[in-house]
Design a protein around this ligand. Structure first.
Ligand SMILES: [Zn+2]
Length: 64
């Protein structure tokens, strides 16, 4: 089963997060996604949308 990817709208992004893809910050008010591994929901991470697309391509070798 693939990760659940939950979009976070700008008005809901109230904190600064560290993106594991580029190791850059996601500023409050930025649209981004939360990626939740089905087997480990506690390990949810916030990603820039573009960084997650790249990561997904890296992991799965194609886009969906
Ligand atoms: Zn990033």
């Amino acid at each position: 089963m693939n990760e659940a990817v939950v979009p976070v709208q700008p008005h809901a992004a109230r904190k600064q997060y560290l993106c594991p893809g580029c190791e850059g910050t996601i500023e409050p008010g930025t649209f981004h996604v939360v990626v939740v591994p089905p087997e480990a929901p506690d390990l949810r991470r916030h990603w820039h949308r573009g960084c997650w697309f790249k990561e997904r391509r890296r992991r799965y070798g194609r886009t969906f």
